[in-house]
Design a protein around this ligand. Structure first.
Ligand code: DOR
Ligand code: ZN
Length: 429
């Protein structure tokens, strides 16, 4: 056997770091062996001391914008951010302008993404306006995304779904609107009061009831409270086919960040107390959540610095820093090495993609990470158009050096080695 590429070095295999040779042929992992038994290859990469080889990371919740919001992010800058963060598959949310809720809009987005993407991608559709389009939408979208405004729509379409992935943003809108009316002129620091933890808990309760019908694979995204994480864990113990995720900002930052960063740290759901953040971090540590997501939500710095509470858009970028942050937490002993699965293997499984693990038959997506040297997170150097972060100033000790996408060197030392449009649409398998 002769293969296209062999990468040799310490590899993340089955939850451990082992000296190995990963052989890639035709874009797919052909074999994994000890270096001595590696097949001959056209190309050979031997990793240096201090480097480790990981599967390409998978981020199942990002907003890459484009359309009329290309000034905030477009599919080139957004996927360059992904590549720099060692992410080789992104699943993009439908809250574009225009909102993606029909086959036609989905096709428009597919065309833009296919033309500009550097990494592989899949797309969510919003609650479809026309139920008759669901079978066609299913062929393109990895699932549906339901926002708090659309809970009613989910009820009216659920009988047309058959085991489809439905990602829900759990925050009860009525609670939020009631709280908002109570404060005449809110400041950024009121954000957590306007969108309180009880809004999330109510929405999760509501959704768990709906998911009981078994017609959908419910996935609850960006959980922020111990109560909702416990309710979901309990539902799983009782046999429900549901999954959930958490972000690193809800695990590592607290509402203190809003005092320090103001509108930059405004995000939905809001950053919460240190206690809730610790619970989210423990949920990640114990594997009580199925995935880590960045919720990469870029806006322009000018927009984030606006003085009026209502005019500051929620969200911030994350794609470039998630893997370095996770690796650093692992090296600090805060979370186990296996946490890497939450940003690779598990989300790939949920999305039905043959990615996210170094195993024969998976796409040849490999990230070479260098460990040890300290870097300060400097958002002014982001590839994203959103050049700010509530993680600004954090010190990380892991750096993405090379990314291979389907066996092709896609990034080296921060620079792309592939062109726009190399990224491919991943359909549900
Ligand atoms: O903070 C957020 N930003 N939460 C959302 O649900 C949407 C996102 C965005 O698109 O900016
Ligand atoms: Zn989001």
């Amino acid at each position: 056997m002769r293969v296209d590429l062999v990468i040799e070095g310490k590899a993340y295999l089955d939850g451990r770091l082992i000296e190995a040779a990963v052989a890639i042929d035709d874009g797919v992992i052909a074999s994994i062996s000890s270096p001595a038994l590696a097949p001959s290859s056209d190309e050979r990469v031997v990793m240096r001391q201090g480097q480790i080889m990981l599967p390409g990371m998978v981020d199942m919740h990002v907003h890459l914008r484009d359309f009329s919001q290309a000034y905030k992010e477009d599919w080139y800058t957004g996927t360059l951010a992904a590549l720099r963060g060692g992410v080789t598959l992104v699943a993009d949310m439908p809250n574009n302008d225009p909102f993606i809720d029909s086959l036609e809009r989905l096709m428009e987005k597919l065309e833009i993404a296919a033309r500009k993407a550097l990494v592989d991608f899949t797309l969510y559709c919003g609650a479809p306006k026309d139920l008759r389009e669901i079978p066609e939408i299913r062929k393109i979208a990895c699932g549906l995304k339901i926002y708090p405004e659309d809970y009613g729509k989910l009820l009216s379409i659920i009988n047309h779904l058959e085991g489809d992935l439905v990602v829900v943003h759990p925050e009860d809108l009525e609670t939020i609107m009631r709280e908002r009316r109570l404060i005449a002129k809110p400041t950024i620091e009121d954000h957590g009061r306007i969108r309180p933890r009880i809004a999330e808990i109510r929405a999760v309760e509501n959704m768990l009831r709906i998911a009981g019908s078994g017609r959908i694979r419910l996935h609850l995204t960006h959980l922020t409270t111990s109560d909702s994480i416990m309710m979901i864990a309990s539902s799983k113990l009782h046999g429900a086919t549901i999954s959930c995720d958490a972000t690193l900002h809800h695990a590592l930052l607290s509402s203190d960040a809003m005092r320090r960063f103001g509108g930059i740290a405004k995000v939905n759901p809001p950053l919460r107390s240190r206690e809730d953040a610790d619970a989210v971090l423990n949920a990640i540590r114990l594997g009580l959540v199925d995935a880590i997501v960045s919720d990469h939500a870029p806006h322009l710095l000018e927009e984030k610095l606006r003085s009026s509470y209502d005019e500051v858009p929620p969200g911030f970028p994350g794609l470039e820093i998630y893997l370095p942050l996770i690796m650093t937490q692992i090296m600090d002993g805060v979370i186990p090495l296996k946490t890497l699965d939450l940003y690779s293997r598990r989300p790939a499984e949920i999305l039905g993609a043959r990615k996210g693990a170094l195993e024969p038959g998976m796409d040849g997506d490999v990230v070479i990470v260098e460990l040890g040297r300290e870097h300060v997170i400097d958002p002014s150097r982001f590839a994203s158009k959103a050049k700010y972060s509530p993680f600004e100033g954090w010190v990380v000790r892991a750096e993405v050096r090379m990314v291979f996408l389907r066996g092709v060197l896609a990034l080296e030392d921060g620079e792309p080695r592939i062109g726009m449009g190399f990224g491919r649409h991943v359909a549900r398998s």
